[in-house]
Design a protein around this ligand. Structure first.
Ligand code: GFB
Length: 319
């Protein structure tokens, strides 16, 4: 059975490829943006038809942290709408029986009741710093639900929380908070700097799931889930950005001062998922934040530090 992983070059896609291999899937085909630009409908259809997969995991997206989302809403809206629509249409044309679409916890209302349940979707206004990306991902959920309704496709959607791990983007402007802090604290430690600047007030709360846990959840959901509603994937636990910064400082060995740049946005005040639904299917995360942070820092040292520290990574590049 061929499994196609769209976005196999990225943080999520590369983890999903690893997890599928570990689960015994021997015929896994990757689709990196360098191989096929899924924003091109013809290219997407040709690639999926030629691959003829039984299963597609959509981990391809224009992604980035709060600064990239806030600065480039057109790309985050239109690139992701094109990628998703083209991939779903191509999967239907190739008669793909199982599709797993990956969204994000930012699809939920800015002030959704916490922990956020799946049924809070579209019950309130979105967080402005990433509303374009959120609308695109909500459209992807609707795409899966529309193919289920009109063509009886057994396709599903999962909504991961903030992710981190090996293969992350460490570019300081376009990355998410955890890899950005790893790089900032590491470089300050190496340079002997007295301070590290953290964006915002440090008070927002975020939930962090290691990408290998997400990938294991994807394999599990392909076998255990077949419902039109999106399903949350997270740890159900959150920390403040200040607590995260202290944990990164301790992990790196930085003992200087942490200062806060409140000219930078905080974004949504809290974003922790209700994970009772996926727990009821028998899945739970295994990698705690301290353990995951330590292994991600080791990966950063082995693969990124000293090589321009991710400078060669294009900001928010489609994987
Ligand atoms: O991870 P992050 O960029 O995105 O920011 P969101 C999380 C919080 O960390 C914000 C703070 O309050 C940031 O102000 N922060 C502190 C930093 N220092 C830094 C830093 O150096 N870099 C970054 N990036 N943040 C994203 C959405 O929202 O969540 C994406 O924009 C996606 O579209 C992702 O949905 C899951 O968690 O605020």
């Amino acid at each position: 059975m061929t499994v196609l992983v769209a976005g196999s070059g990225g943080l999520v896609g590369s983890a999903v490829v690893r997890a599928l291999g570990a689960a015994g899937f021997s015929d896994v085909v990757g689709a990196r943006s360098a191989q096929v630009d899924l924003r091109d409908a013809d290219a997407a259809r040709e690639f999926v038809t030629a691959t003829a997969p039984a299963v597609v995991v959509d981990a391809a997206a224009r992604v980035g942290g709060i600064a990239a989302n806030n600065a480039r809403p057109v790309e985050f809206l239109h690139d992701n709408l094109r990628i998703q629509a083209n991939l779903l249409d191509a999967a239907h044309a190739a008669d793909v029986s199982r599709v797993l679409f990956l969204g994000s916890s930012c699809i939920y209302p800015k002030f959704a009741e916490q922990p956020i349940r799946e049924d809070s979707l579209l019950t309130g206004p979105l967080e402005a710093t990433n509303d374009a990306y959120a609308i695109a991902k909500i459209a992807g959920i609707m795409g899966v639900q529309s193919y289920r309704r009109e063509y009886d496709r057994r396709w599903i959607s999962a909504m991961p929380t903030n992710l981190y791990g090996p293969g992350d983007n460490f570019d300081l402007e376009s990355s998410h908070v955890l890899p950005a802090l790893i790089r900032k604290f590491h470089e300050a430690h190496v340079a002997g700097d007295a301070t590290v600047t953290v964006w915002g007030t440090g008070t927002p709360r975020r939930e962090f799931l290691h990408v290998d846990d997400l990938a294991a959840a994807c394999v599990h959901l392909l076998e255990a889930y077949d419902d039109p509603a999106p399903i949350n994937v997270g740890t159900g636990e959150d920390v403040t950005i200040a607590e995260l910064a202290s944990l990164v400082a301790a992990t790196v060995g930085f003992s200087g001062e942490i200062v806060y740049d409140t000219s930078r946005p905080d974004g949504t005040p809290r974003k922790v998922l209700d994970v009772s639904k996926i727990a009821s299917t028998g899945w739970k995360p295994r990698i705690g934040l301290a353990e995951g942070l330590a292994s991600t820092y080791r990966w950063y040292l082995d693969n990124v530090a000293g090589e321009g520290a991710g400078a060669e990574q294009m900001s928010g590049v489609v994987k």
